[in-house]
Design a protein around this ligand. Structure first.
Ligand SMILES: [Zn+2]
Length: 337
C-alpha cells in the first residue's frame, strides 16, 4: 500500500453515509503493486467501494505502463490469436455493418461470420441503437477502440482520457482526445448525441460528477451508453476477492444493478434499459482459470480449446439467467421527451 498521505478515507458517494461494513480484504493486482486493500459496503445504500483508497494524485502509480496495451490485447492474448491489423479493421467494419443491418445473406459462411462477429461485439461493446450517425463523446476512451468503431460507422467522435500512453495511441490514429477527467474539462452543454462510458465509472474518484457531466453535454434526445462490471454476478461470488474485476486499487467502486440505477437516477438520467451480458473483459481471466484447470487432465492445446468451450458455456448460462458479469445501461437525460 502507498504511504499514508497518499490514501484517503471517503464517505459513500451514492448516499453520503459514513458508516460502512468490511466487505472483503483483497490483494492488489498485480501483487507487485503492493499490499492489501479493503472493500467496504455502505450501511446506508449497499454501495461497495474501496476504502481507504489512493488519492487522485497518487492513483497513477498503480497503473503499470502496459495497462492500456494489456487491455487492448486482452481478448486476443487469451486466445493467443493476433490477427494482422488489416483483418482487425475488416472485422470491425463488418461488425458495424452487421449492427446497422446492412449485412445481408444467410449462407453458411455468413452464419459463421455472424458468430465470430458476435464474439467481437462483446469485445467492442454496444453500438448506439440507431441508424443515424451523429456526434459521440467517449469518456475514458483508452486506446480508442470505440472511437475507431464509430468513426468507421460514420460518426464524429471525441474522446477524453487521463493516461498519456493511451492518449498518444489515440492521437496517432488521428483522434481528438481531451486530457483530463471529464468533469474538469470545458465541454459545451448539449453538444453530443451519444456519450459512451465503458468500464470507466468503477475507476473514477467522482462517479456522480462524471455522470452529471455526461447528462449536461448530451442533447435533450441524446443517449448514454454505459457499462461497468456487475458486482452481483454469480462468477464474482464464485471467485470472491480474486474475481477478475475486484482489481484493487484501480477499481474504486463496485456497482450492482440497484446501486448503479440509483446513481444514474440521482445524476439526472432516466434509465431506459439495464441488462447484463457475459463474456466481457472477464472472459480472458475466466478462460485462463478454466484452461489451467483442464491442463492438469489433458494436453495444453486441447485444454485451451476446451477452456474456450467451458468459458463460453458458463458465460452464456450466466447471461441467460440475467446475471452476466457486465452491467449495460441505456439512459437519457431526464426532462427530455
Ligand atoms: Zn451509501
Amino acid at each position: 500500500m502507498g504511504s499514508v498521505n497518499q490514501l484517503e478515507q471517503v464517505p459513500c458517494s451514492l448516499c453520503g453515509a459514513e458508516r460502512a461494513a468490511l466487505e472483503c480484504l483483497t490483494v492488489a493486482h498485480p501483487p507487485s503493486s503492493g499490499g492489501e486493500w479493503r472493500l467496504v459496503r455502505c450501511e446506508g445504500c449497499g454501495l461497495v467501494y474501496l476504502n481507504p483508497r489512493p488519492t487522485e494524485q497518487a492513483i497513477a502509480e498503480f497503473y503499470p505502463s502496459e495497462y492500456y496495451e494489456n487491455s487492448e490485447a486482452l481478448m486476443l492474448a487469451a486466445t493467443r490469436w493476433r490477427p494482422w491489423p488489416g483483418l482487425r479493421k475488416w472485422v470491425k467494419r463488418r461488425l458495424a455493418e452487421e449492427h446497422y443491418r446492412t449485412l445481408s445473406g444467410r449462407s453458411a459462411s455468413e452464419r459463421v461470420l455472424r458468430r465470430v462477429l458476435s464474439l467481437w461485439k462483446v469485445r467492442w461493446g454496444a453500438l448506439p441503437p440507431r441508424n443515424r450517425p451523429g456526434r459521440m463523446l467517449d469518456i475514458g476512451c483508452g486506446t480508442g477502440y470505440y472511437l475507431e468503431l464509430l468513426r468507421d460507422a460514420g460518426w464524429e467522435v471525441v474522446g477524453t482520457e487521463i493516461g498519456d500512453g493511451a492518449i498518444a495511441i489515440c492521437r496517432s490514429k488521428g483522434f481528438e482526445v481531451l486530457k483530463g477527467q471529464a468533469d474538469q474539462l470545458q465541454l459545451p452543454d448539449q453538444s453530443f448525441d451519444v456519450v459512451h462510458i465503458a468500464q470507466v465509472l468503477e475507476h473514477v474518484h467522482r462517479p456522480r460528477a462524471i455522470l452529471e457531466t455526461a447528462c449536461r453535454v448530451l442533447r435533450p434526445d441524446g443517449l448514454l451508453l454505459l457499462d461497468v462490471p456487475n458486482y452481483e454476478a454469480p462468477l464474482r461470488r464464485l471467485f470472491g476477492p480474486s474475481w477478475f474485476s475486484v482489481e484493487a486499487p484501480r477499481h474504486l467502486y463496485h456497482f450492482s444493478a440497484l446501486t448503479l440505477r440509483r446513481l444514474l437516477e440521482t445524476s439526472g438520467f432516466a434509465v431506459d434499459r439495464l441488462y447484463t451480458r457475459a463474456l466481457s473483459q472477464g472472459a480472458g481471466r475466466h478462460l485462463e482459470v478454466t484452461s489451467q484447470m483442464l491442463r492438469r487432465a489433458m494436453p495444453e492445446g486441447e485444454a485451451l480449446s476446451r477452456g474456450v468451450e467451458v468459458t463460453a458455456q458458463l458465460n452464456a448460462l450466466a447471461e441467460q439467467m440475467g446475471c452476466g458479469d457486465t452491467l449495460y445501461v441505456e439512459a437519457h437525460p431526464r426532462g427530455a421527451a
